[in-house]
Design a protein around this ligand. Structure first.
Ligand code: ADP
Ligand code: ZN
Length: 660
């Protein structure tokens, strides 16, 4: 009897392929990891189903080469993969590739086996305050009943949210379950590791793109066999094949970094909720500034709020001062206004730390030649190159292209005519060095904290008070706890407010609130100065008056009125090709195939805001529909009908976050 199984492979196909099970091989169940021949290669996939009908395929079926001894991929994970593929209009095999992201585990590589210490629940448990206790109890009850529960742990920075979810982690561990803690940015893991070790006596397992191959391999295996008890990871950790996941935590749930913008496009926060649903487990969305989507889900009673009302201990939320930059204009080429300067001096004088925040990497966002007006642009993107003085380079922040810092203008050959325009943090650091010559400064950005070690080293310097003036980008806004930091100065609070992003105000408020939360986390009260040209703007007013609810309600109202997410659905379809003609032709094909349906609006084609990216010419359609609408199905049919040539890349982004 010919035995046949259908195997899903980590390749961009939506359906599994049929393979024969050799006669001398034992029965192969669904979920097993297998190696099979595929187009002159060996691939490792998962047995997806055992067909009840003989295959329509007439030739001789290829045979499975090997069945791997790992525990099978669970039914719930398989369901989740299928759902995620359908939702994001991605082939199922591409999602499976995220699960099987370490193909080396299937090769006979011998290496050091990691010894994973077991977290000790009793190591240093916290004594929770009554409000913290109530919050923790709700999570624990959901754990006890083994049921899906989307919970929102909402409290200002420093209210003890981490402390609360650690106790829930302990409870899940006592049930023998695995826990996944998602962080928006892996730079945050350094502090998480330390804190976790303090509470549980050992480090958790880390999952991110910077792991060494050996650690990656061993961690994957430990996740599959259930010995990795707690995994702290970036968004990609969500797709791993946990054996026995019991609790999912999404820290800083509002963070836009959860949106994966390349390859498979997804929002890890939303996917986490769905994964928890398939697993029938609680998922805790943690934030001091929950996203509008989450607030709306709370109002609709789909999610449950766990609220922590105040800061733990003596710490109180900082005092927020607005500096009206129309009245306090610094001299040309400088960016620190007088009131902030004064506050920094006072803070440093008291032996405390100050942070100057500017969300711009590099030296200056724009460089031009004063003689001829030439602007340095990326040859592959419609974007300006940014000077990075520390690296002596001009860098494209979109594709990573870089060239040496120029000595003369390539267009008019003028020397000494190259002029940086506007501030980046390197330039701000230069100003700080002259303005505060006594200070010990440190630059904290994704450039200086690129590696785990570099990040740990810099954070260590801050913790040991070896530096007292921090100059940082958004990377420093998140999660860090610096006891001696009492002053935060935001150099340009208005940065995120311009542009066509529907979340501009929300994101700016969240970021500024988060930065503000860095100040005065312990007994000393913190102060925050926001340098703004728009002191009357609702975002600035909300921050100054600590009135989040009115702001959030007004934002919800605006979105509701415009029927934008979460009240309506939005998708962007970006097509990209090598030449402008090709992309224009395809845009025409799509335009001709636009479906006519009630409620459906398709805007475009228009040049994508980055009309040239990594050498590809790009055009965009924006698709808007009511909340109840078969969006995925409609998109799929539209793309099929248009019949685009295969050389054209199509990128569908459901619920886009970036409008670049
Ligand atoms: P959040 O995650 O909300 O920003 P944290 O959990 O980091 O807050 O708590 C802020 C600070 O207060 C931390 O230093 C933490 O150790 C301390 N803390 C919070 N709750 C407790 C508690 N119940 N017992 C002891 N310390 C606590
Ligand atoms: Zn570029």
């Amino acid at each position: 009897m010919l035995r046949i199984v259908n195997v899903l492979l980590p390749t961009p196909f939506d359906t599994p392929f049929s393979y024969a099970v050799p006669d001398d091989m034992q029965a192969v169940e669904v979920g097993r990891y297998v190696t099979v021949p595929f187009r002159n290669k060996e691939l490792h996939g998962v047995v997806w189903e055992i067909p009840t009908q003989p295959p329509t395929f007439k030739g001789v079926l290829k045979q499975i080469t090997k069945v791997h001894p790992f525990a099978p991929l669970s039914h719930t994970t398989r369901e989740f993969i299928a759902w995620a593929a359908n939702y994001s209009l991605t082939p199922m095999g591409s999602i499976l590739k995220l699960t099987l992201s370490v193909p080396q585990v299937f090769l006979p590589i011998k290496g050091k086996v990691l010894t994973l210490p077991s977290p000790d629940i009793a190591h240093a448990p916290a004594t929770l305050s009554p409000a913290q206790h109530t919050a923790c109890n709700t999570i624990n009850t959901a754990l006890d009943t083994h049921s899906f529960a989307p919970l929102v742990l909402d409290g200002v920075t420093g209210s003890g949210k981490t402390e609360v979810y650690f106790e829930a982690v302990a409870h899940a561990l006592s049930q023998g379950k695995q826990v996944l803690i998602l962080l928006p940015e892996i730079a945050l893991s350094a502090q998480m590791m330390t804190r976790f070790a303090k509470r549980f006596g050992c480090a958790p397992c880390l999952w991110h793109s910077g792991l060494t191959p050996a650690v990656r391999r061993e961690t994957w295996k430990a996740i599959v066999d259930g010995t990795a008890k707690v995994v702290v990871g970036a968004r990609s950790a969500l797709f791993l094949p946990y054996q026995n996941l019991g609790l999912l935590i999404v820290d800083e749930e509002h963070d836009a970094s959860y949106k994966q913008e390349e390859g498979v496009i997804y929002n890890a926060r939303d996917m986490a909720v769905m994964r928890a649903k398939f697993e029938s487990i609680p998922v805790v969305l943690v934030s001091a500034t929950p996203s509008l989507e989450t607030v709306c889900n709370l109002e609709a009673k789909k999610y449950t709020a766990l609220t922590l009302p105040e800061r733990h201990g003596e710490a109180v939320f900082c005092d927020v001062q607005l500096i009206d930059m129309r009245k306090h204009k610094p001299p040309k080429g400088q960016w620190i206004a007088e009131p902030l300067k004064k506050a920094v001096l006072e803070t440093l004088g008291r032996g405390e730390q100050a942070l100057l925040f500017l969300n711009k990497r590099g030296y200056a966002p724009l460089t031009l030649c004063q003689a001829c007006g030439h602007r340095w642009q990326c040859p592959q993107c419609s974007a300006c190159l940014v000077v990075h003085k520390s690296a002596h380079k001009l860098v494209c922040h979109h594709c990573g292209y870089h060239e040496p810092e120029p000595e003369h203008c390539p267009k008019c050959q003028a020397e000494d005519s190259i002029t940086p325009c506007g501030p980046g943090i390197e330039r701000l650091a230069e100003e700080a060095a002259t303005t505060f010559p006594e200070a010990h400064t440190a630059l904290l950005s994704s450039d200086s904290m690129a590696s785990h070690e570099a990040a740990e080293n810099l954070i260590g310097q801050v913790m040991r008070d070896e530096v007292n003036l921090l100059i940082g980008t958004q990377i420093i806004a998140k999660g860090y706890h610096f006891p001696n930091l009492t002053l935060v100065g935001v150099i340009d609070a208005d940065i995120g407010l311009s542009g066509g992003d529907l979340r501009a105000a929300e994101k700016t408020w969240q970021l500024l609130h988060q930065v503000a939360g860095r100040a005065g986390r312990e007994a000393k009260k913190g102060t925050v100065y926001l340098q703004t040209f728009l002191p009357e703007h609702p975002v600035m007013q909300t921050l100054q008056q600590h009135q989040r609810d009115a702001f959030v309600q007004q934002q919800i109202h605006e979105r509701h009125f415009a029927q934008l997410p979460p009240f309506g659905k939005l998708a962007s379809v970006i097509i990209a090709a090598d030449t402008l003609t090709d992309v224009q032709k395809s845009a025409q094909l799509l335009a001709h195939a636009v479906p006519i349906m009630e409620g459906l609006t398709i805007l475009g084609p228009a040049p994508a805001p980055l009309a040239l990216l990594k050498g590809y010419h790009r055009m965009r359609f924006l698709v808007k529909t009511p909340r109840v609408f078969p969006l995925q199905k409609t998109l799929r049919e539209w793309l099929e009908k248009a019949g685009l040539p295969r050389t054209v890349k199509v990128q569908v982004d459901i619920d886009p976050y970036s409008f670049l």
